[in-house]
Design a protein around this ligand. Structure first.
Ligand code: AMP
Ligand code: MG
Length: 411
């Protein structure tokens, strides 16, 4: 059995970063920036008003209330044609360029909103309601660095500096297949004795697409060496990564390992972890193969611990593993000290602590406990028992909406 960290390192050593291409901002969502982005101009590009109001000379309004002559009106998008002179003001809208001569903006609420003459009711020290050029980003600043995975705010930053076609590492194409003579499509209406519905492909497909991968679905492959050999060969030629489920444990019909060895190389196939101990990793003519176990919870754990970091590495990300936070066990957890154990856990807030309980049965076929889980409570090798009150590391894998309207708004 490989220690988990060794197995993860071997996987990362075996996968390569994909080629770089230009993408539109829409296409770039979830992809990883492949170059540092330096702002070629200030953001905001010009000094402008943070309020609807009147651009003034601060010294003219020290003695408010006072009246000033209004020279003109500048809506957003327009350019001032006059400069503010002593005892004058220019009406200005949020985002419009600050006229020369002005050094403060008095918000409209602090005036009588006059057109020819305005009464200023409050003083406005120098800089009031003025957004300076470069106040967010100064020209020449590196705003985002290579390796950043682009989310909503990053895409906005790129747009603000005019980088509409960023260089990103391309999306990985991932071939998926389920294996097993007992596995039938989820839409099967009547289950015959001995058959089960394929839960792994929908889970993997969703996890991979959430992640930004392009999924190619090779369906369900029977426990037949020839069929498996053919499908694995085809998948490895058409995808960057091949992911199978089932057929990697000790049984007579566990053929994935065997066919991987026939077509390519097996790097390892047992990891000291729970769940997902039977996990085969290898190469099919240069295409990495992730032979996930058959049990649905193991599939998800293996996805999280092996595929996610590997795909992030392929996508050019520098950060590969989920952040961990500290929780407090609210019950005892008895785990196998010989393995890295990923307890499916429900996390609840208690003041400033995160309380951790098992979200259900911990057998690797109990997918409902995974559906109810917020996190893995990670119990390292050598620990075994966690007692109520002990701290435990949490890998939060979803942050769902948990507060109802009443809870959130009537507090
Ligand atoms: P295996 O490693 O192929 O023996 O599979 C281990 C367990 O996972 C068995 O109980 C299988 O029936 C089950 N299993 C395998 N593939 C799937 C699948 N696609 N969906 C649901 N359960 C599966
Ligand atoms: Mg099987």
């Amino acid at each position: 059995m490989r220690p988990l960290a060794e197995a993860q390192a071997a996987v990362l050593d075996a996968v390569e970063t994909l080629p770089v291409q230009s993408a539109t901002l829409r296409e770039a969502r979830g992809l990883v920036l492949a170059e540092d982005v330096v702002a070629s101009h200030d953001v905001p590009p010009f000094a402008n008003s943070a309020m609807d109001g009147y651009a003034v000379r601060a010294e003219d309004v020290v003695a408010a209330p006072t009246s000033l002559r209004v020279l003109e009106d500048i809506p957003a998008g327009s350019v001032p044609t006059r400069s503010v002179q002593p005892a004058t003001a220019i009406k200005i809208m949020t985002g419009a360029p600050l006229p020369a001569g002005a050094d403060a903006v008095v918000k409209v609420e602090d005036t009588d909103a006059g057109s020819a003459i305005v009464e200023i009711r409050e003083a406005a020290p120098v800089g009031t309601a003025v957004r300076l050029a470069g106040g967010d980003i100064a020209a020449g600043t590196t705003v985002l660095t290579a390796g950043t995975r682009l989310g909503a705010a990053h895409l906005g930053v790129l747009a603000s500096v005019g980088v509409a076609f960023p260089k990103v590492t391309r999306r990985p194409t991932v071939a998926i297949m389920s294996t097993g003579d007992e596995v039938v499509p989820p839409e099967t209406e009547v289950l015959e004795l001995g058959k089960i519905r394929d839960t792994n492909r929908p889970t993997l497909q969703a996890a991979l697409e959430d992640f930004g991968a392009v999924v190619v679905d090779y369906g369900i492959v029977p426990d037949d060496a020839e069929a498996l050999n053919r499908t694995l060969g085809q998948a490895s030629r058409n995808a960057d990564v091949v992911v199978t489920s089932g057929g990697v444990s000790m049984g007579e019909y566990d053929l994935v390992k065997q066919e991987l060895a026939a077509l390519g190389t097996v790097e390892f196939w047992k990891v000291a972890m729970q769940p997902a101990k039977p996990f085969a990793f290898g190469s099919l003519g240069g295409t990495p193969l992730f032979g996930l176990p058959g049990n649905p919870v193991s599939v998800f754990v293996a996805f999280e611990q092996f595929l996610r970091p590997a795909l992030l590495h392929m996508m050019g990300s520098t950060a590969l593993f989920r952040s961990r936070v500290i929780g407090v066990a609210d019950e005892d957890f008895a785990t196998d000290p010989a393995k890295s154990v990923f307890v499916r856990a429900a996390v609840a807030r208690d003041g400033d602590r995160l309380l951790v309980t098992k979200s259900g049965g911990q057998q690797s076929n109990v997918l409902t406990a995974l559906a109810l889980a917020d996190a893995f409570a990670v119990v390292p090798v050598g620990v075994g028992t966690i007692s109520a009150g002990d701290t435990v590391e949490l890998e939060l894998f979803r942050a769902p909406e948990t507060r109802s309207r009443e809870e959130a708004l009537n507090a």
